[in-house]
Design a protein. Structure first.
Length: 69
C-alpha cells in the first residue's frame, strides 16, 4: 500500500517538483550503491525500492508530457 500512496503523492506534484524529486532519488540510489560496494549497506532491498521509485517518477513525468494524466 505504500507504493499507491507514493504514486498518488507523485501525481499531485508539478513537473518541476517531479524533476527535483527525480534528481534527489538518483542521488540516493548512487549513495546506496556506493554503500553496498563498500559493505556498509544493511538493507540491500532499499536499492530495489529506490529503483522502482525512479521508474514511478519517470512514468508520471512521461504521462504528463503526453497528456495522459
Amino acid at each position: 500500500m505504500k507504493s499507491k500512496k507514493y504514486l498518488e503523492s507523485l501525481k499531485d506534484k508539478s513537473v518541476e517538483e517531479l524533476k527535483v524529486e527525480l534528481i534527489s532519488t538518483k542521488k540516493e540510489l548512487f549513495n546506496l550503491r556506493f554503500q553496498n560496494a563498500t559493505n556498509q549497506l544493511d538493507n540491500t532491498a532499499r536499492i530495489g525500492e529506490v529503483r522502482k521509485n525512479i521508474a514511478r517518477i519517470q512514468t508520471v513525468m512521461t504521462q504528463r508530457t503526453k497528456g495522459l494524466a
